[in-house]
Write a protein that binds this ligand. Structure first.
Ligand SMILES: NC(=O)c1ccc[n+]([C@@H]2O[C@H](COP(=O)([O-])OP(=O)(O)OC[C@H]3O[C@@H](n4cnc5c(N)ncnc54)[C@H](OP(=O)(O)O)[C@@H]3O)[C@@H](O)[C@H]2O)c1
Length: 333
């Protein structure tokens, strides 16, 4: 066989080579979605998948993964991710452990001192549509939270139009799987069925993430009111914003078209048409609707996603695809 033929074989092998992936937290709600999606991904090979009982750093590293997905509690990810990075494994973390840039927010919002605060500056915040090349070089991706994904997709394109002297009001609802699979009387069928309530006002871990993502600083009032919907999955965020200069529905349509014209997984509806949960549940899509009010001084914007998909697992795979140079929707569409 000639050298040229050998080169050809090597190239053919490279084209079929898969990226080796391991999943910690594979028995959780988000982790199970990762397993389901990655098992049909053309360029990924699952080499390890772990529950809390089967997991150890040694067991995971032994499978020689290129990329580890962590669908584990915040403190577990904060402890495990740095060790994997030190061992040369790239990490896509679905928890909040690397989402906040300010280390002092971890004790106050998450209840623990961050074990490796230096990594907060390195972590790429993986709101995929708003990333611009940084994912391809990332070692550590902080996958956004579910509420922040719905809010930031809707409001980030409006950042330079929002009047920061007025409060940004976010009235958001989540299906029960947003809390993970923990057993708690508050999440039992009898408590939830036929019921609807707000929770965690002023205390929710996603509040500083939203403030950070909207570059609101500390002066702009942010009113974030999460609610528990008596349904299994889906996030419905209704946002109220004021503008520095009046805008028309046409202006907003143009701003969103600029932001998402080339985004395969974000759908922006015509002005006045509001999205519904059922359009996105069990899909990797986000859907956004808007309506200006009071001569364009204000608008109501609605954004919906599936919390376990665009709010967790499918966005993590969008980030994986961008990281590895695969088509963004591989394994998703
Ligand atoms: N649920 C959502 O909508 C959502 C959305 C975005 C981000 N997230 C974040 O994603 C992460 C996973 O959330 P989830 O809702 O999927 O959680 P979950 O359903 O409660 O599952 C947690 C997973 O982590 C494993 N685990 C727990 N403690 C561990 C430990 N000490 N070592 C190794 N593995 C451990 C569990 O294993 P066992 O099965 O053995 O208990 C399980 O597989 C969390 O950080 C969460 O904040 C969740």
């Amino acid at each position: 066989m000639t050298a040229i033929q050998l080169d050809g074989l090597a190239a053919a092998k490279d084209q079929t080579a898969k990226t080796r992936v391991a999943i910690a937290g594979a028995t959780g709600y988000s982790g199970a979605e990762l397993v389901r999606l990655l098992s049909r991904h053309a360029h990924a090979e699952i080499v390890g998948a772990y529950s809390s009982e089967s997991f150890s750093i040694d067991a995971l590293v032994e499978t020689k993964p290129d990329v580890a997905f962590l669908a584990t509690p915040n403190e577990v990810s904060a402890d495990v991710a740095p060790q994997l990075l030190d061992l040369g494994v790239k990490v896509i973390d679905l928890s909040g452990a690397f989402r906040l840039g300010e280390p002092s927010h971890y004790p106050s919002w998450y209840g623990f001192e961050h074990p490796r605060p230096q990594l907060l500056a390195e972590a790429v915040y993986g709101l995929t549509e708003l990333c611009n090349g940084e994912l391809s070089k990332a070692r550590l991706v902080a996958n956004p939270g579910c509420y922040p994904t719905s809010v930031l997709l809707a409001l980030r394109p409006l950042t330079y139009h929002i009047d920061r002297t007025q409060p940004v009001i976010i009235d958001a609802k989540s299906g029960v799987s947003g809390a993970g699979k923990k057993a708690d009387v508050a999440y039992s069928f009898t408590e939830l069925f036929g019921n609807f309530k707000a929770y965690g006002i002023g205390k929710h871990k996603h509040e500083p993430e939203i403030r950070q993502g909207l570059h609101l600083g500390e002066r702009t009032a942010l009113v974030f009111v999460p609610h528990l919907l008596p349904t299994d999955r889906g996030i419905y965020s209704t946002m109220h914003v004021a503008f520095m200069q009046p805008v028309s529905n046409e202006d907003l349509a143009e701003i969103y078209a600029d932001a998402y014209g080339n985004a395969p997984l974000v759908r922006v509806l015509p002005a006045g048409q509001m999205p519904e949960l059922k359009s996105v549940v069990n899909t990797p899509f986000a859907e956004i609707g808007f309506q200006v009010l009071q001569g364009g001084k204000r608008a109501v914007i609605v954004s919906v996603i599936d919390n376990l998909l665009k709010g967790a697992a499918s966005q993590a795979i969008q980030n994986f695809n961008r990281m590895c140079g695969y088509p963004e929707t591989e394994g998703l569409a």
